[in-house]
Design a protein around this ligand. Structure first.
Ligand code: CA
Length: 284
């Protein structure tokens, strides 16, 4: 068995191992970890891994850092840990990336040329961007740290840090800020309690069953509050397919069925609102 996988995946896993920043540290377990990672992610293009389980969508992390070595080491590490990672060398590039793609978390260096991390954070929050931000500060920037948290950063980490500590913080922030990742928990959506594992929504004493798809839609809106979501985006993210006319009808039908279960007044939905000509919006 091992030989078989070794033959197929050996050279690829070795390539991964070389890219992982492990400077000055022997890590005998790394090849096994890489092998397991690859085994579980080998079907990334199909959305299924080799065990036949549907894979969760990768969380996207934007690394804003002006030092190339740190930036690429962070990217390699995060990709190795299963995230989709993108880089920005300065504030301008970071703003461009944030406006052009889905970003689940921003790793923001404080000391950047042109626009500082502090200013960026302030601007983003002023614009209503809710993406979680972890500030990266250098030792002795205690004052900036506190200022960063006041400006709307979700957490901070001080250089030099270990990659494991960074990973723990990223996961904690994502769990806290993205209900879709908090599997096994009940979360609040509008005035409902949503129990995704049980596929139930609860208002007061009243339980209503929802379908798996409806659960996914709720999770998606809960993770993207106060922003207009187009039917295209919804279809691509949840059905993982390209939008067609049939897709539009599918979305509208699912939203209508979901609203019948969650809204108090169907003539005036308060949880998932229609934005004419643009899509839907969940107002948290
Ligand atoms: Ca820097």
């Amino acid at each position: 068995m091992y030989l078989c996988f070794g033959r197929i995946y050996g050279p690829i896993s070795f390539g991964f191992a070389n890219r992982v920043p492990q400077a000055g540290r022997e890590s005998p377990g790394i090849e096994f970890e890489v092998f397991t990672y690859y085994l579980l992610n080998a079907g990334a293009c199909t959305g299924y891994n080799l065990l036949g389980n549907k894979m969760a969508e990768k969380s996207t992390i934007l690394i804003v850092e002006d030092e190339p070595k740190i930036r690429s080491a962070l990217r390699d590490f995060l990709e190795f840990k299963g995230f989709a990672a993108f880089e920005a060398t300065d504030g301008i590039e970071a703003q461009k990336q944030v406006s052009q793609r889905k970003v689940d978390l921003i790793l923001l260096d404080l000391m950047l040329p042109e626009i500082s991390g502090e200013q960026l954070c302030k601007q983003w929050r002023k614009q209503g961007l809710q993406t979680p931000i972890i500030m990266v500060t250098a030792k002795g920037q205690e004052k900036e740290k506190i200022a960063g948290l006041n400006l709307g950063a979700d957490d901070y980490i001080t250089k030099p840090f270990s990659l494991e500590e960074l990973l723990a913080r990223i996961e904690a922030v994502l769990r806290r800020t993205d209900p879709a990742r908090a599997v096994g928990t009940v979360f609040r959506f509008g005035d409902l309690d949503v129990d995704v594992p049980a596929l139930k929504v609860r208002r007061g004493q009243e339980d209503t069953d929802i379908s798996k798809r409806e659960g996914e839609i709720i999770q998606f809106f809960a993770a993207n509050p106060n922003r207009v979501v187009s039917r295209e985006e919804l279809y691509e993210r949840i059905w993982q397919d390209t939008m067609t006319d049939l897709g539009t009808r599918t979305i509208d039908m699912h939203i209508a069925k979901l609203r019948a279960k969650i809204e108090r007044d169907l003539s005036e939905p308060q949880i998932i609102k229609t934005v004419r000509g643009a899509g839907y919006k969940y107002e948290a």
